[in-house]
Design a protein around this ligand. Structure first.
Ligand code: NIG
Ligand code: FE
Length: 421
């Protein structure tokens, strides 16, 4: 059990809540509650109390005894840890060769058609043992912890056959058991059609439905199910069949949708009450209409749009229409080889024209919602997990997305423990 910890003299305690909200939508996204010159008290890994230093200085609070460990945060801000609700950080090797192909002018889809892309990662993963895959993935886990992430969703999807998909999901389970991160697992058998099924996609969809999903469920290896519903990958009809099969096992959807085309993926996700639909570069009025009034979190992945040079999703239009927006990294070897959520915030501001307050809401409460964690993560609130970080000395919270290349994370605390980064 972790020791009690009292953090004092916090210059600004960011994203505080007295009443826990499950998500933040529309105009409210530009509001962010902070407490100036604050303290925060952690007991048993949980946030127990916080407030202005003046209330602490009265000396009436029960935890001010000398036995409690103190941390002085003079000049520093405290943020709730980032929640990264969309990653593929379990993968083998890397694909910087395709990076060079892209620079020479090939598109993501052209590379995929040549057997590069997801199929290339699947071939490398097939040749990699479970232990080695875990070892490589844990390096990325350590990297994202040191850059401020405290909860992460990780997808399978580089297996594309039953055995290798299960191998990936077991590695994700091992990460959940061995790292201080909060981890959610998503089964993404429908990430790409393997070459041997290229003329018979239906047969591969059948394999997912009849073999993979029951196996994944029998070992309780996934929290969610995902389909890459887009041009050249899986159709809305395939997606609906797969989601229906997943629902029988209690797997709620989180979809890849509308990255490459107006694919119908957003509408399919809303129809099946998906927890989130992600990417959304191709979003128009009909898609926004479908999302309004739904319980589905629109999640934008500006790292992959930036890396692939895609047009940007209409974040401003979505927020103006009253939608919530979450941001995630999409950490993966093909379209976003970075899990840096601070950079994601910067891209949200610079490319998507979101305000600093909006991006902070998008990488905390709203991305916690997009992975089913907004009751326990995503803000500084009494009773929530003590997952947070101290910044280096910075003038304001807006300085984090503004100073896009600087490492400004000073101390990481997960489940109440200070992590060696
Ligand atoms: O989210 N869009 C589909 N899947 C990943 C890319 C995976 C890859 O290229 O390896 C994504 O961008
Ligand atoms: Fe993705």
């Amino acid at each position: 059990m972790s020791a009690d910890l009292l953090i004092v003299n916090i210059k600004d305690l960011v994203q505080t809540e007295d009443i826990i909200r499950e998500k933040i939508s529309g105009r409210e996204m530009s509001e962010l509650k902070t407490i100036n010159n604050a303290f925060l008290f952690i007991r048993n890994g949980i946030i127990e109390e916080f407030g202005p230093m003046s209330t602490l200085e009265k000396g009436t609070l029960p935890f001010t005894s000398n036995f409690v460990k103190r941390l002085d945060a003079h000049g520093k801000l405290v943020f709730p840890s980032f929640c990264d609700s969309h990653t593929h950080l379990v993968y083998a090797g890397s694909r910087e060769g395709e990076f060079a192909d892209k620079i020479r002018g090939l598109t993501y889809e052209e590379i995929a058609r040549r057997g590069g892309g997801i199929l290339n990662s699947a071939a490398m993963l097939h040749l990699t043992s479970e232990d080695e895959l875990y070892r490589q993935s844990m390096m990325r886990v350590k990297e994202i912890i040191s850059s401020g992430t405290g909860a992460v969703e990780i997808k399978s999807g580089y297996g594309l056959n039953t055995e290798d998909e299960i191998k990936m999901l077991r590695v994700i389970r091992r990460i959940r058991e061995s790292s201080p991160l909060e981890v959610k697992a998503t089964f993404l058998g429908a990430h790409a059609v393997p070459r041997e099924y290229s003329r018979n996609r239906d047969k591969y969809v059948g394999l997912i439905i009849n073999e993979m999903i029951p196996m994944v469920a029998s070992e309780d290896l996934a929290d969610y199910i995902d389909v890459f519903c887009d041009r050249g990958f899986f159709s809305p009809e395939d997606t609906e069949r797969i989601l229906m099969a997943g629902l029988k096992y209690g797997l709620r959807a989180k979809l890849h949708a509308n990255e490459l085309d107006f694919s119908g993926g957003i509408q399919a996700g809303v129809k099946y009450n998906a927890l989130s639909v992600d990417h959304l570069e191709c979003t128009g009025d009909a898609e926004i209409e479908a999302l309004l009034g739904s319980d589905t979190m629109p999640t934008l992945l500006p790292g992959s749009a930036f890396f692939l040079g895609l047009k940007e999703p209409p974040a401003r239009k979505m927020i103006t229409a009253g939608l919530p927006v979450a941001l995630a990294s999409d950490y993966n070897p093909g379209s976003s080889p970075s899990g840096n959520m601070k950079l994601v915030m910067s891209l949200g501001c610079i490319r998507l024209k979101m305000l600093p307050e909006e991006v902070i809401n998008a990488v905390t409460i709203n991305s916690a919602f997009a992975m089913g964690l907004s009751e326990t993560h995503g803000s500084i609130a009494r009773g929530k997990a003590a997952n947070l970080f101290l910044t280096k000395e910075v003038p304001s919270y807006a300085y984090l997305p503004y100073a896009f290349g600087s490492d400004l994370i000073d101390t990481v605390i997960l489940k109440g423990e200070i992590i060696n980064i």
